[in-house]
Design a protein around this ligand. Sequence first.
Ligand code: NAD
Length: 359
Amino acid sequence: MRVLLTGGFGFIGSRFVRLLLNPGEGESGWPVEQVVNLDKVTYAANPDLLADLSGDPRLLPVRGDICDAELLADLFSRHDFDAVVHLAAESHVDRSIDSPEAFVRTNVLGTFHLLEAARNHCRHRSAAAKEKRFLFLNVSTDEVYGSLPPMAAAFTEADGYAPNNPYAASKAGAAHLGRAYFHTYGLPVITANGSNNYGPGQFPEKLIPLMISKILRGETLPVYGDGLQVRDWLHVDDYGRALLAMLHQGRPGEVYHVGGRCELTNLEVIHRLVALVNEHLPPDSRRSAEALVRFVPDRPGHDRRYAIDCSKIERELGWNARETADSGFRKTVQWYLEHPEWMERIADRYRGERLGRSL
Ligand code: NAD
């Protein structure tokens, strides 16, 4: 199988590529001959995360933009891909509030160019190649559904989109395009809606690595609004296994929700992280969450609750989340503690300042 992976130097991509190249025991699928990692290497990219795989001849990094139609045509003609796993995106909600244009460009226009390149590729495949499965895995998010009332049932794949911030709207646009390419052109597109991922190597603008880095530095922990916004937390390797299952067994035209069955408020997440980091600190350096938390004005358009029902992928593809908040948060804290040099390097690009306040 030859795969075009976009955004492989990002958080999810850098974990997913490991599973793709070396699926664990019991994971089904075809052997992977080549993975072309097309990545623009934006501020969010971390090529270091894949340094240990640089000797793998199956992995070919290509620095480039998914909006570059000529580059895409060239890659498709040279590599005869069997699948596209489309992860590249501008991914941080706060930045989308400050600068929405980059989100529309990469997430909407970039997805359009990729779909077009895949459509042209499928049209011109040889008769023998057309016998083989081709798949475009369009990676979306639970944020496209908008905010869920506190007691309401989790969103299912049948629910309609109601995005409330520019990031979510741009991802909704990308998912709509994928759906349209399936229905209009018959391009075999699957849409994956994942909940909030966490794990090793996440850029520290996101809640969990931001809080871990601040707790370690003994800084106050800024909490948006009352901190009672609810998110469903999913370990990045559980998401990776779900993407792998969709790639190999998913039905074209379908949407699959992937969640961790782990709804927590932001405050609950922070309390757990403080307790886990404290386990590694000498008693006189430990601080309580109450002492560290500082409530700050809420994010504009902040959705109150996200929760998605992942029973379809569990039932149809036999996927289940393996990590719980206890096991996954513990491993994640451990990773950041063991990689202070990585945190230092990132600090050149982002120092934990507040983003996304402008209205
Ligand atoms: P990330 O920001 O960590 O990485 C994005 C990667 O895409 C970076 O390596 C960046 O260089 C690359 N990129 C950005 N613009 C590009 C362009 N124009 N051309 C080529 N490459 C470009 O993001 P992530 O957290 O790994 O998320 C990956 C995907 O999963 C995104 O589509 C995101 O919307 C989706 N998603 C993320 C989460 C989450 O919690 N992180 C949850 C659900 C869905």
